[in-house]
Design a protein around this ligand. Sequence first.
Ligand SMILES: [Zn+2]
Length: 297
Amino acid sequence: MTLTWRLAHRIASIAAVQAHEELSIDTARAPIDVAAAIGRAGVELMYQPLPALFGAYLADSCVAGILVNSRMSRAVRRQTAAHELGHHRLGHGTVYDAGASDDTSASLPGAAGAPAVERTAEAFAAWFLMPRRAVRTVLSALGYAPPLSAAQVYQIALRLGTSYATTARHLVSLRLATAEQCRGWVAVPPGRIKRQLAGEMLDGTAGVDVWDLTPAPGTIVASPGDVLVVAGDRPEVDGAVALQRLANGLWAVPVPTAEPRFSLTGPGGASTVEIAYPPLGRYRPVTDGDGDGDGTP
Ligand SMILES: [Zn+2]
């Protein structure tokens, strides 16, 4: 039996709503804490370097388990965790999700021709991580309204903790964009958006994100090595972070690799930057106080 994407999305969106309710997920908050949800589902979550796998769902043992490749970018780790939670919630058997490569920001393919269970799990991940309320929260925090630009979609994806292309497609599912707008967005490589914001700070664009903190002071969850930019007067930064003026007039701060968090106060107000270090080993819910869903403190 072939399952159309349309039907996969209908099944997955209902399953995601049920999962949010049963696992006590606050859908108005972004990013959605997927690791906590997996813990509350009674499933063991483990992060490990996996050479050719995005992750796996292990249904065979007495306690179900989810493995996530720790080498992938934060967005891909989160999407993989949500995809595997989808296999669990939808009653699928053990699945090894292959196809991971050295490109740590390339997501699970889930493309045309994928088996029905994979389509549904992939659609579940999108609806689980990007419920309408969380997307509305992010849009209102950023002060964005449709029609959105590619650069805005990129900033939305960062705050949802999802990949650029997946977010672009899901905005169509949420009827916040047309399919034609989405085609325009996915034609823009995220690397170009990153270079426009902070080109001179970047050796390469893979595995690094550039957060524009001009429109949205608040708490963000960034990864070490990311770059934060802010327009306007010189911002105040607290902590051992370096501040740099870019040729485009923006102020840039590289996210340090040895701090748990720091704050930055720009013309729009104060932002708290929580730093999510790549997780490794078994997820322990007590230590995850940052709400990024990675299992890191
Ligand atoms: Zn899968």
